[in-house]
Ligand binder design. Structure first.
Ligand code: ZN
Ligand code: ZN
Length: 255
C-alpha cells in the first residue's frame, strides 16, 4: 500500500492511498487544479481514483470533494451525518453512507471508520487495511478516547494530529472563543496530547509516523517533531517521523 499526504492543515486536507493501481482520496480541501498539480508532482495518476471518502464536513476537508467527484465521476462515501451536513456541495453526486464502527470494503482496500470527538455532525477517523499493511489517519480529534486508543493499534504507519503548541495558542492572536474551541474536547490535539497518544499507539511494527494538521499560526514543524521524538525516545522507538505540510505534498510512502 502506498500513501501520500497531499495537503494537511486548516486550509485544506487531502490524503492519497493506493493499493495495486487503485486509489482513494480521503478528504479534499484543495481545488481541482491544485490537487492535480500536487498529484502530478508525486507521479500519482488521478485516473486511478476509485472513490472519495470524507471524514467530516468542515470545509478544509470537503470543499474540493464535489468538484473532484463531478470531474472524475467518483462515488463519495461518508457517514449520514457528514453527507447531510455537506449536502449543498454534493448535489447530484453518487453518495454512499457508512456508519461509524462499520468496515467499508472497497475490495482493493478496507477502511474502518472510527467515531471521534470533534465538533462536526458525525466525524470519523480511519484505519485503512491494504494487502501489505495498516495505515491510521487520525486528525481533527478533540480528545483521544478509549475507542480511538483501541482501534488504532498494530498500525504500520500513522498520520496523527499535532495541531498546536499550547503556549503558542494561549499567547497567540486567536480570539478567546477560538482558543477555547481549538483546545477544547471537541477541537484539535496539541503537540503534547498528540505525542502522548503516539506513545500509546507506538509498537514495534510502526515504521512511519506523519504529524498532521499543524497550525501555521500556533505551531511549527520543529516544535511538533521535537515533542514526537521526545516520547518516541523515551520508548526507545525509532520510526521515520516527519511533519506533513499545508503547502506541499509529502513524499509517497510505501508500507
Ligand atoms: Zn480539519
Ligand atoms: Zn475539522
Amino acid at each position: 500500500m502506498k500513501f501520500c499526504v497531499l495537503a494537511s492543515g486548516s486550509k485544506g486536507n487531502a490524503t492519497w492511498i493506493e493499493e495495486g493501481q487503485k486509489a482513494i482520496l480521503i478528504d479534499n480541501g484543495l481545488s481541482a487544479k491544485e490537487l492535480k498539480a500536487r498529484a502530478d508532482c508525486r507521479g500519482l495518476n488521478l485516473n486511478r481514483l476509485m472513490a472519495v471518502v470524507v471524514s467530516h464536513e468542515h470545509s478544509d476537508h470537503v470543499k474540493g470533494v464535489g468538484p473532484l467527484a463531478r470531474q472524475l465521476d467518483l462515488t463519495v462515501y461518508g457517514t449520514l451525518g457528514t453527507l447531510k451536513a455537506a449536502a449543498s456541495s454534493l448535489q447530484g453526486l453518487r453518495l454512499k453512507t457508512f456508519k461509524s464502527g462499520d468496515e467499508l470494503d472497497l475490495k482493493f482496500m478496507r477502511l474502518t471508520a472510527v467515531s471521534v470527538s470533534h465538533d462536526a455532525a458525525e466525524p470519523v477517523a480511519f484505519v485503512i487495511c491494504g494487502q501489505s499493511g495498516r495505515l491510521g489517519l487520525l486528525t481533527d480529534l478533540g480528545t483521544p478516547t478509549h475507542l480511538v486508543r483501541e482501534s488504532f493499534r498494530e498500525l504500520n504507519a500513522l498520520i496523527v494530529e499535532f495541531n498546536h503548541d499550547l503556549e503558542m495558542l494561549v499567547e497567540g492572536p486567536y480570539p478567546a472563543f477560538l482558543k477555547q474551541r481549538v483546545k477544547g474536547n471537541l477541537g484539535h490535539l496539541s503537540n503534547e496530547a498528540g505525542a502522548k497518544l503516539l506513545g500509546r499507539l507506538c509498537h514495534e511494527g510502526l515504521a512511519k509516523v506523519i504529524l498532521g494538521h499543524l497550525s501555521d499560526i500556533n505551531n511549527t514543524p520543529k516544535l511538533a517533531l521535537k515533542e514526537a521524538r521526545r516520547v518516541l525516545d523515551q520508548l526507545g522507538a525509532n520510526p521515520d517521523v516527519l511533519a506533513a505540510e499545508q503547502v506541499k505534498p509529502t513524499q509517497v510512502f510505501e508500507i
